[in-house]
Design a binder for this molecule. Structure first.
Ligand code: SAM
Length: 267
């Protein structure tokens, strides 16, 4: 990764996501939706990019797929291994690595999945070319992303406008939640994509509980709030801004986080 102009960003990402494991409680149902939407058959070879604690990988393996999973963050892969032991799916191959440099030969997989994972790679064209390269001819890609107009996309915009700018040339993750941009990015490598939407339920006793969870377990939010530890007044202002941002999505004791699913066949 030494030639990679985004090596420093990826190092920060690796540190930032290390506390993510408790959030997998909420991404687990989305994994069920994504695996079903990807129409994975028993015996198919599947790669899960940005697997985190392995929720998508283990769901696909339980359905009979032969699964390999990759993530930048070793702490999460450790948890993923533990999850696969509990689920009795120890045949999954776990790899530490980067979505922009997949350590697999060409044409290795029938399906490449990513749930809120590849969207964090800074160069979409490289991530998508890599995901296409490792697909067999006519293989499928399917992924879940956060649209910019819903609560998580707005949270990323909030983090972005209150943090130092990303390195030049890095794309913004919620762009992956825009169907027009996705269609353009899949472009010449895939047939026209299919889309579906869903809502990730995030139970919370109050908006403050939701924010506190985010501050502790969702890397970009955690980094932002940690950086303000010595500025209590600014911290208070930003907490209030975040609470106002999330409030419209909070009802019935749940923060409703809308996501987008995309599926496309490789050319
Ligand atoms: C929001 S978490 C999602 C984890 C899991 N897929 C889930 O749904 O619970 C984002 C994951 O992407 C990983 N990630 C970020 N950038 C990556 C990259 N360039 N290559 C591989 N994984 C990456 C992080 O380490 C983290 O595990």
């Amino acid at each position: 990764m030494s030639q990679d102009p985004f090596a420093e960003l990826k190092k920060r990402q690796r540190e930032m996501w290390a506390s993510f494991a408790p959030t997998a409680m909420f991404t687990t149902p989305v994994a069920g939706h994504l695996v079903k939407f990807a129409q994975i058959g028993a015996g198919e070879t599947v790669l899960d990019v940005g697997t985190g604690t392995g929720v998508v990988a283990i769901t696909a393996a339980r359905g009979g797929a032969r699964v390999t999973a990759l993530d930048l963050t070793p702490e999460l892969l450790e948890q993923a291994r533990e999850n696969s032991r509990i689920a009795q799916r120890e045949d999954i191959v776990w790899t530490e690595g980067d979505a922009e440099q997949l350590p697999y030969p060409d044409a290795s997989f029938d399906v490449v999945l990513s749930q809120f994972g590849h969207m964090f790679a800074p160069r979409p064209e490289i991530a998508i070319a890599e995901m296409h390269r490792v697909l067999k001819p006519n293989g499928r890609i399917a992924f879940a992303t956060w649209p910019p107009e819903h609560v998580v996309g707005r949270m990323f915009a909030f983090v972005g406008r209150n943090s130092p700018p990303p390195p030049a040339g890095a794309s913004l993750p919620p762009q992956w939640g825009n169907p027009a941009i996705i269609t353009e990015r899949l472009g010449a490598l895939f047939d026209a994509p299919f889309f579906e939407r869903g809502t990730m339920a995030f139970p919370a006793l109050s908006i403050e509980h939701y924010r506190l969870f985010m501050e502790r377990s969702v890397g970009p939010m955690q980094k932002l709030f940690e950086s303000l530890a010595a500025e209590p007044q600014k911290l208070g202002v930003l907490r209030a801004e975040f609470d106002a941002l999330a409030a419209p999505y909070y009802f019935d004791n749940v923060v409703h986080q809308d996501y987008l699913l995309t599926r496309a066949q490789a050319r």
